[in-house]
Design a protein around this ligand. Structure first.
Ligand SMILES: Nc1ncnc2c1ncn2[C@@H]1O[C@H](COP(=O)(O)OP(=O)(O)OP(=O)(O)O)[C@@H](O)[C@H]1O
Length: 588
């Protein structure tokens, strides 16, 4: 069988050779539209399937590309090759403005917002005198490629499919890169990604802009294929159809966009002929069929049709090509025994409830400190205050000499504080290695363009070498190629530690790392933590399990009802009647 790396070139050659074969014109036209639709759906794969942001308004961006080129080339005689870039620039500006306004919305507000701006852009296009209102613009010139006219369907086919295949390749490369993993992390909420130093808003905006650019290129091609533009193909209805294509094909997969575009275009045309004959009257009956199909797909194949094809494609393991890669940059480490973190009168109020009441403690470099206390004592809140997940009501957190109170968690991560979560936060569909590599985000720098062009390979090798090193440090190198979602809880918690270590932290914050673990797993975890301490790492540990903590830590702070009850060595704390009272509920 043909090795996997040759599949794409072979497929691309096959697709691009189509017009040379005696294929009827009708099928070439169909293929042209499939290519155009696939470009828009591909944007939706990135935006909706990967980043988890649902948009009903992509057709409006197709309109931006189409109208820009039609107007500038017809009215002002600008070269269509120039209008492509002007349309792209306009789409980027519109996407940046709309994205800045709407992408901070969550839940169902964002899809509603996309409907609003989809409608707004559509009516803008429909009501502008200079854009020909509902009649649109006629007589759009054909593209001309170095003297060769692309007026013919077969000629423009090559351009459409070169662009569509290049876009598919670019998005595939992107998804397997530093910015791609950041975009993939968006679906699991912002807390973990931000703790790894990722600006989630920036990557939401990136995905949004890229999807708008793909739609705009599709619109440009559309204008010069049809040679006329009017508002109807850019309506909200079409926006919904693009989303339908992506979901039907497989909204989480690059090739799902192509599958969906092909199935919808081909079936739509057949149904448009067949249904009126069957029913005996004309009408858009195919829309009803598509509605029913969508319900069935969502119920029985929520991952889309592409997954049925994918089952026959053997999955490819990442080839280990990072042997001997140069190490990633490391940060300067604090002097052993020096003050690393100082929490000063840290306070958090939730309305009338004082969850953390002027708590203070110090962590020295090389120490493991335990923060313990009964349920609801305020441990997790303190932890979230220190790591920047929650803003303080008052007080100071000084980390490596800098007051970090008020800084967002990604800025604190940048200074060398890294954390794990009480409920494991990971990307289940990524491998263990890729999840750990997320921790190296701040130590690397490749952006979207470098990733799409595959210019980031050297840095990726260095990153994966580091991720494997950290996995080996906690004894999990053997599981690096497994999907993170398939791991048991114990290894998942260890994986989170490896991810935090990949940030090269000076202070590691562990939020109840032993929760839900079996005894053997707890022992393995304790061994790992002791090993890390021997290597000079400082750790703040929030824990419930007293036995686990006592054998491990140098200092303990005990909290109860939001206040610091006592602080001391494990022996002092164990001997304290106050602590026993707090834990066992006896009088003190
Ligand atoms: N976002 C919030 N809004 C309102 N109250 C909160 C919030 N987060 C925590 N609390 C309250 O603050 C108090 C301390 O909670 P916290 O989760 O920090 O305790 P904990 O010691 O970590 O407990 P556990 O061991 O059960 O996780 C509790 O009374 C809790 O109900």
């Amino acid at each position: 069988m043909l090795p996997r790396r040759f599949w794409f070139p072979a497929f691309a050659l096959l697709v691009l050779a189509l017009p040379l074969l005696p294929v009827p014109e009708f099928w070439i036209t169909q293929a042209n539209y499939i290519g155009l639709y696939a470009l828009v759906s591909l944007g939706l794969v990135l935006l909706t399937g990967v980043a988890g942001l649902t948009s009903f308004g992509q057709a409006a961006f197709v309109g931006v590309g189409a109208y820009t080129s039609a107007y500038l080339s017809v009215s002002l005689g600008v070269s269509p090759w120039l209008t492509l870039f002007i349309g792209l620039a306009l789409a980027v500006v519109v996407a940046l403005v709309l994205g800045a306004l709407t992408l901070r919305m969550s839940g169902h507000y964002l899809p509603l917002a996309t409907i609003c701006w989809g409608l707004a852009l559509y009516y803008t296009m429909s009501n502008m005198e200079f854009l020909g209102k509902y009649d649109g613009i006629l007589g759009v010139p054909a593209l001309n490629f170095f003297g060769m006219s692309l007026a013919d369907g077969r000629a423009i086919y090559v351009l459409i499919w070169v662009i569509a295949l290049a876009a598919a390749l670019g998005v595939t490369h992107l998804l397997d890169s530093r910015p791609g993993r950041a975009i993939r992390s968006l679906k699991s909420g912002s807390t973990m990604a931000e703790a790894m130093g990722i600006s989630t808003f920036r990557y939401k905006l990136t995905a949004f802009v890229l999807a708008a650019m793909l739609a705009s290129v599709s619109g440009w091609l559309f204008a010069h294929l049809q040679r006329t533009v009017n508002p109807s193909p850019f309506s909200l209805g079409k926006g919904i159809e693009f989303l339908f294509m992506a979901v039907l094909g497989g909204v989480g997969h690059v090739w799902g966009a192509f599958t969906g575009a092909a199935v919808v275009k081909l079936v739509e045309d057949q149904l448009q002929v067949l249904l009126p004959k069957l029913i005996g009257t004309s009408g858009n009956f195919e829309i009803i069929v598509f509605g029913l199909v969508l319900v069935a797909v969502l119920k029985y194949a929520p991952e889309g049709l592409w997954t049925f094809v994918q089952r026959w494609v053997p999955s490819r393991q990442r080839t280990k090509d990072w042997e001997g890669a140069a190490p990633l940059p490391a940060r300067s480490k604090p002097e052993p025994g020096s003050v690393l973190l100082e929490a000063k009168a840290v306070r958090k109020q939730f309305g009338g409830l004082v969850a953390v009441n002027d708590v203070g403690f110090t962590i020295r470099a090389g120490d493991i400190m335990g923060l313990i206390g009964p349920n609801g004592a305020g441990k997790s809140t303190t932890f979230n205050l220190v790591s920047g997940v929650l803003p303080l009501t008052s007080g100071e957190v000084v980390f490596r000499g800098q007051n970090v109170a008020g800084l967002p968690s990604r800025a604190i991560a940048r200074l060398g504080m890294s954390r794990t979560f009480q409920h494991v936060k990971m990307i289940p569909e990524m491998t263990v290695l890729e999840n750990v590599a997320l921790g190296g985000y701040l130590r690397t720098s490749s952006g979207v363009a470098r990733a799409m062009l595959r210019l980031d390979r050297d840095e990726e090798r260095r990153l994966f070498a580091e991720a494997e090193k950290q996995l080996a440090r906690i004894g999990m190198a053997g599981q690096m190629h497994e999907l993170a979602g398939n791991l048991a809880l114990g290894p998942q918690r260890l994986m989170e530690i490896a991810r935090a270590l990949c940030t090269d932290p000076s202070l590691l914050l562990l939020d109840e790392p032993a929760a839900g673990l079996r005894l053997k797993e707890k022992q393995a975890l304790a061994d790992v933590l002791r090993q890390l301490k021997r290597e000079g790492l400082s750790i703040l540990l929030v824990e419930h399990d007293m036995d686990f903590v006592m054998g491990l830590v140098d200092h303990i702070v005990v909290m109860e009802f939001g206040t610091k009850l006592i602080a001391g060595t494990p022996a002092e704390v164990q001997a304290s009647p106050v602590v026993r009272a707090a834990y066992l509920g006896t009088e003190h």
